[in-house]
Design a protein around this ligand. Structure first.
Ligand code: NAP
Length: 333
C-alpha cells in the first residue's frame, strides 16, 4: 500500500483538536485537521474564559487593566493561528466514515473526498443534550436556544428562562443576567451540580431567581415561545407536584452533553471502526489517550472520564499527539 502524505489526521477543532494539531506539527508530523464548522468547537460559545490558567486581564506596566481575559472566540482563534504557525493544515468538511486497513486509516468526507494517515485523533467533542419535551423541537430558533452568547442579546430586558443545574446553566445564567433583570433558572433537583463558586455566584445574583425542584413539562407558543408549563416536583416549600404555566420570551436549555462518537461506534453498517465505548458512548482510552484500536486516539469531551474543561481538553490533545508520534515511530521502526 502506498504511504499516505499525511501522518496524523485530527477530527474536530475544539481546544483538544487544535492543541493536538499544534503538538503534532511541532513533533514534525504532517498534521491535518478536519473541522465541520469554525475552529473552536463549543469553546466558541464561552463568554469569558475565566478559568483557563493565565487567562486573566492584561495590565500595563503601571498595573492598569488594558484588556479583559480572552473570550472563547478569541482564545479559539489564537489556538487556530498557533497550530497553523507550527505547520498544521486544516480542511473543512463533515466526516462520514472512518475505516482502517493494515496500518492505514481512511477518512471519508461528505463531499466524497477520502484522506488517509497511519494515526487519527478523534476530538469531536460533545453536543448539547435535548430535554425532549413537547415544543422543544418546534420552537428551536424561535425562543428555544442552546447558546446564550449567540441568542441572548436578542432578548435584552425580556423574561429569560434557563434550564439545568450544571456549570453551563450557571455560567450562562450569569451571562444572561447582564442582559435582563428577569432570569429564572430552573433545576430539577434541590441543589446545583455546578462548581461551588459558580453556584454561589448565581445564588447571590439579584437578577437571577432560582427555582429548585422544578421540571419543565412543555414549551408553548404560536409563532414563537410565549410560555412554559412547569411542575414543582420536590418539597421545597412551594408545594408538591403542582403544574403551572408561566410567561416566557425565551428558554435556554443546558441539560448536559452527549459525546460525538458515532464514527467509532461500529454501528454504521459500513465496516466502520468499533472502538471501546463506555455505557454513555464516550470513547475509552488509556492514560496516553490511545483507544482500543491501534493508531486511534481520543481527546477532550468525547473521551470517557475527561474532566470537561477547556484546560483539560487542551492537555489531552497534547498527550494524544505525543502518543500518536510515538505510535508512528513504532510502526515505522
Ligand atoms: P452537566 O454538568 O452534565 O449538567 C447538566 C445539568 O442538566 C444537570 O444539572 C442535570 O441535572 C440537568 N439535566 C440533565 N438532563 C435533564 C433533563 N432531562 N431535565 C432537566 N434537567 C436535566 O452539563 P453541563 O453543565 O453542560 O457541563 C458539561 C461539562 O462541561 C461539565 O463537565 C462541566 O464541568 C463543563 N463546563 C465547565 C464550565 C466552567 O468550568 N466554567 C462551563 C460549562 C461547562 P442533575 O444535576 O439533576 O443531573
Amino acid at each position: 500500500m502506498p504511504k499516505s502524505e499525511t501522518d496524523l489526521i485530527i477530527i474536530g477543532a475544539g481546544p483538544a483538536g487544535l492543541t493536538a494539531a499544534q503538538y503534532g506539527a511541532r513533533a514534525n508530523l504532517k498534521t491535518l485537521v478536519i473541522e465541520q464548522f469554525a475552529p473552536g468547537g463549543q469553546a466558541l460559545l464561552i463568554d469569558v474564559l475565566e478559568n483557563y490558567p493565565g487567562n486573566v486581564d492584561q495590565r500595563d506596566f503601571e498595573g492598569r487593566v488594558i484588556a479583559g481575559p480572552k473570550t472563547g472566540f478569541e482564545f479559539s482563534q489564537d489556538l487556530h493561528r498557533q497550530a497553523q504557525a507550527f505547520g498544521a493544515s486544516f480542511v473543512s468538511g463533515s466526516v462520514t466514515s472512518l475505516q482502517k486497513a493494515g496500518n492505514e486509516f481512511t477518512v471519508t468526507l461528505a463531499s466524497g473526498e477520502t484522506l488517509s494517515a497511519p494515526a487519527v485523533i478523534i476530538a469531536t467533542g460533545a453536543a448539547h443534550r435535548c430535554l425532549n419535551v413537547p415544543g422543544e423541537k418546534e420552537f428551536a430558533g424561535k425562543g428555544v436556544s442552546y447558546c446564550a452568547t449567540c441568542d441572548g442579546p436578542f432578548f435584552r430586558n425580556k423574561k429569560i428562562w434557563v434550564i439545568g443545574g450544571g456549570d453551563a446553566a450557571c455560567d450562562e445564567a450569569q451571562y444572561l443576567s447582564r442582559l435582563t433583570s428577569k432570569v429564572i433558572l430552573v433545576h430539577r433537583r434541590d441543589r446545583f451540580r455546578a462548581q461551588k463558586a459558580l453556584a454561589e455566584r448565581v445564588m447571590r445574583n439579584q437578577n437571577i431567581e432560582v427555582r429548585f425542584n422544578t421540571t419543565i413539562r412543555e414549551i408553548r407558543g404560536g409563532q414563537k415561545v410565549t410560555s412554559l408549563v412547569l411542575e414543582r416536583t420536590g418539597n421545597d416549600g412551594r408545594g408538591n407536584g403542582e403544574v403551572y404555566e408561566e410567561a416566557a420570551d425565551v428558554v435556554f436549555i443546558f441539560a448536559g452533553t452527549v459525546p460525538q462518537s458515532a464514527l467509532v461506534a461500529g454501528n454504521g453498517g459500513d465496516g466502520g471502526l468499533s472502538a471501546g465505548l463506555d455505557e454513555n458512548a464516550y470513547i475509552i482510552t488509556g492514560q496516553n489517550m490511545a483507544s482500543s484500536v491501534p493508531g486511534l486516539f481520543a481527546a477532550g469531551d468525547v473521551r470517557a472520564g475527561s474532566f470537561r474543561q477547556v484546560v483539560v481538553a487542551a492537555a489531552e490533545g497534547a498527550v494524544a499527539a505525543h502518543s500518536a508520534a510515538a505510535y508512528i515511530d513504532e510502526i515505522n521502526s
